[in-house]
Design a protein around this ligand. Structure first.
Ligand code: 13P
Length: 256
């Protein structure tokens, strides 16, 4: 299986800045057959970046898309509308769930729409600090994971990516708040166990499971060395070209 290094730019950069930054990244990033590099710029930058992209080096992702294909949904942009621009779409990011009110049902429909349109969904799941404190991590992960996949046929499971992003470990600089490799391994094991129990070992062998939450150059090697971790979903550090390209080099070394 490939190793995925995904940069989520969130709501950063103007269109012009995105284009300049992407140019810088394309110059820095080397292409490796076993590493899939993906960046998710803001929706408005997708079209210009799709003209700049060298898909041997970097693939594009959307950060969200609506599940209906077309119609009276003012302000929304559908998976069908972006499918000529991107290969991937992040779905169910915790910021969408917790700030913008996205539900498990929305996530399920968006995942189905992505697969239907030939786009690989990067499905984000993860517990909040409160849920973790209350011992609800297993239930939250089970609910988010299985409901997001409930419209997906077993034979399509290799067309989705799961990203474990504990909400409490996102965008933190305090090492006490960062997830340790042991914390992450426990949940990655749970995800693999739930997928295997529901779909069978053979079916899920090709479903990548990534980790995201305060990934940087200093911890990328430790995170990528966790058994069952097939890559990283990176926020802040993906906005700094040398950090992001160094993480790709670390992935190359860890997988060598
Ligand atoms: P940070 O890497 O900034 O913690 O963001 C993680 C994230 O939410 C990526 O989707």
């Amino acid at each position: 299986m490939k190793t995925y290094i995904v940069g989520n730019w969130k709501m950063n950069f103007t269109v012009g800045e995105s284009s300049l930054y992407f140019h810088k990244l394309l110059q820095r990033v080397k292409s490796y057959r076993d590493i899939e590099v993906v960046v998710a710029p803001s929706l408005v930058a997708l079209q210009p970046l799709s003209l700049q992209v060298d898909r041997h080096k970097i693939k594009l992702a959307a950060q969200n898309a609506y599940f209906q294909d077309f119609g009276a949904y003012t302000g929304e942009v559908s998976v069908s509308q972006i499918r000529s621009l991107v290969d991937y779409c992040i779905i169910g990011h915790s910021e969408r769930r917790h700030i913008l009110g996205e539900t498990n049902k929305d996530v399920r429909k968006k995942v189905a729409a992505a697969v239907r349109n030939g786009i690989t969904p990067i499905i984000c799941i993860g517990e909040t600090a409160e849920e973790r404190k209350n011992g609800e991590t297993t239930d939250v992960i089970r609910d988010q994971l299985l409901s997001s996949l409930s419209e997906i046929a077993a034979e399509d499971l290799s067309k989705v990516i799961i990203a474990y992003e504990p909400v409490w470990a996102i965008s933190t600089t305090k090492s006490a708040k960062m997830a340790t490799p042991d914390d992450i391994k426990e949940v990655l094991d749970l995800i693999h166990k739930l997928l295997t129990k529901t779909y069978g070992e053979k079916t899920v062998a090709d479903t990548p499971v990534l980790y995201g939450g305060s990934v940087k150059v200093s911890n990328a090697e430790a995170y990528l060395s966790i058994p069952g971790c097939d890559g990283l979903l990176i926020g802040g550090a993906s906005l700094i070209a040398p950090e992001f390209s160094d993480i790709i080099e670390i992935a190359k070394q860890v997988r060598a």
